[in-house]
Structure formats: C-alpha cells, structure tokens
Design a protein around this ligand. Sequence first.
Ligand code: SF4
Ligand code: SF4
Length: 215
Amino acid sequence: MIITKKKDLKEIIKYLGEEKKVFLVGCGECSTTCKTGGEDEVKAIKEALEKAGKVVTGHSIPSAPCVAAKVKLELAKHRKAIESSDAILVLACGLGIQSVKENMRVQKPVHVGCDTLFMGAIDAGGSFLERCSACGDCVLELTGSICPITRCAKGLINGPCGGQNKGKCEIDKDMDCAWILIYNELKKQGKLNLLKEKRSPRDHSKTSKPRQLSL
Ligand code: SF4
Ligand code: SF4
C-alpha cells in the first residue's frame, strides 16, 4: 500500500491561489485506508475550502485513481463539474495525482493534497511500516525475509556497520538494528552460513528511473 499524509490546508490554499472553483478527487484504496483521501477527508477538505471562500464544484472517489481505466471512467461521469472548475485537487498519492493529470480529457491545473511517504505494510495494531523499497533485486531469500535495504538506516547489504548498541540502530536508538534482526533470524533457521557470502555492490541500473513493465 502507498502511505500518504495530508498536506497542510494553508499550503493547499496557497497552491490554489486565485482559482476559486475546485473539483476534488479522492482515492478509494490506499488514501482511504490512510485517512487522507476517503469520504471523510474529502468532506472535511470541502468544508475547509468553502470556509476559505472557495467553491467546491463536486467530488469523485475512484476506487483506484492510479489505474487509468478507473480514473477515466470516474472523471467522465463528472465532466460537466470538472469543466466548470478552475482546478482539480487530488487527495491521493503521487501515482494517483499524476494519473488524474494524465487521464483528464479537459485540461485543468491539478493540485496536490497529500504527501506520499512510502510503500507500507500494516501491522496488527494498524501502524504503517516501511518494509520494501522496490529495489528490483530482492535479497530477502538471503536475509531471513528481513529487508536490509529498507530496514537498515544505511541500506547496508553485507552486514552491520558496527554502530549497533544492544540490538538498536546507531541512527535511532528506538529502532532495531536490521542486521541484528537478520542475524537472529538466520541463526533460528540454522542458516548463518548465508552471512559468509560476500554480496556484490547493488546493481543500481535495476532501479534506474522511470521503470516500466508491460505484461
Ligand atoms: S530487497 Fe528489500 S527493497 Fe529490495 S525488493 Fe526485496 S524487500 Fe524490497
Ligand atoms: S546500526 Fe544496524 S540498522 Fe543501524 S545503520 Fe548500522 S547496521 Fe544499519
């Protein structure tokens, strides 16, 4: 899931500038779960914008605005409201915002309502946890299913930096050292021999951007 946080209202109003009529687009998937772009948040921003003197012409919450087919269909349903607007405000991740921009038939300025933070898993307590950085060359098989690229503050792939203290990271003493977690996990699995394998430096060509994949 893509984790987002709401932008400050003052910042959004600054983006809108002189644009008075605004159409809102939310997200029925990740941003609804993150409470940044679901029904409640769209309603809240509508009220806040109206209080600030803006006119909200309508809203739409596509199930996944990052999917062209879905966002196109939703925007088509609201074409008249969009045509009558000065701008679109999107409460979704960077994928959703760009997808709205790329799939709009009517050309209108598109504004950003959320900051995109990371790809996250959700733990049993409902917290969002960064666990994968989409490196394109997964090493979890060798690291006890614990990602050193994401969970080690320095992204080290050949063992710890030596700064850990009692299992905590030298960068943040509240955070577990990823390499101590990896060591303990491999020990439990009887696979400590994996730590003796020297890994080549990461092949950054696998993350050269923008990446694209067609099936
Ligand atoms: S090694 Fe880490 S960042 Fe790379 S794909 Fe695997 S989990 Fe994701
Ligand atoms: S203490 Fe551990 S998690 Fe922190 S930077 Fe060093 S190896 Fe990485």
